[in-house]
Design a protein around this ligand. Structure first.
Ligand SMILES: C[S@@+](CC[C@H](N)C(=O)[O-])C[C@H]1O[C@@H](n2cnc3c(N)ncnc32)[C@H](O)[C@@H]1O
Length: 135
């Protein structure tokens, strides 16, 4: 079964498909990058579980980067090219060790398949949400 496009895509008044975050990714940074009350929660959990870590819908790396700074290898999956573009720009400012720990993938979290196995999955949407353990 083929899934519909993820909801980061919207149709404009001309019927063209546009990416919602195409305009919003930089603004997202200004609005939400400073929100950090859930970040420590995720970093603590990521330290406790087997590595590496997968983050679904990682956005611009608000949670991913602090986890990588804590010495943990992490893959960030997101359906928005624009959010990942902003993420990559931020990552350039990190030191080489942190950069080395982060892998970014463009994709739909409803349907993904990685060869790599993860010990912990983060699904943080500016609040602690669900987490799963798998291997
Ligand atoms: C509100 S932002 C949250 C970003 C990040 N988790 C955070 O807490 O800062 C939502 C993110 O979910 C991503 N997203 C929405 N639907 C998705 C899907 N089906 N697969 C992957 N990413 C998706 C969007 O592209 C966007 O980056």
């Amino acid at each position: 079964m083929r899934l519909p496009r993820p909801d980061v895509f919207k149709v404009n008044c001309l019927g063209e498909e546009i990416e919602f975050y195409a305009k919003y990714a930089d603004i997202y940074e200004l609005q939400f990058a400073h929100i950090s009350d859930d970040v420590e929660f995720w970093v603590k959990l990521a330290k406790r579980f087997p590595k590496p870590v997968l983050e679904l819908a990682c956005g611009t790396g608000r949670i991913t980067i602090p986890i990588a700074r804590a010495g943990i290898r992490i893959t960030g999956l997101d359906a928005s090219r624009e959010m990942l573009r902003v993420f990559k720009k931020k990552l350039e400012k990190e030191d080489s060790e942190v950069r080395r720990r982060v892998s970014l993938k463009l994709g739909d979290m409803r349907d993904f398949d990685f060869k790599e196995r993860f010990g912990f999955i983060v699904d943080g949407q500016r609040k602690p949400a669900i987490s799963m353990v798998g291997s």
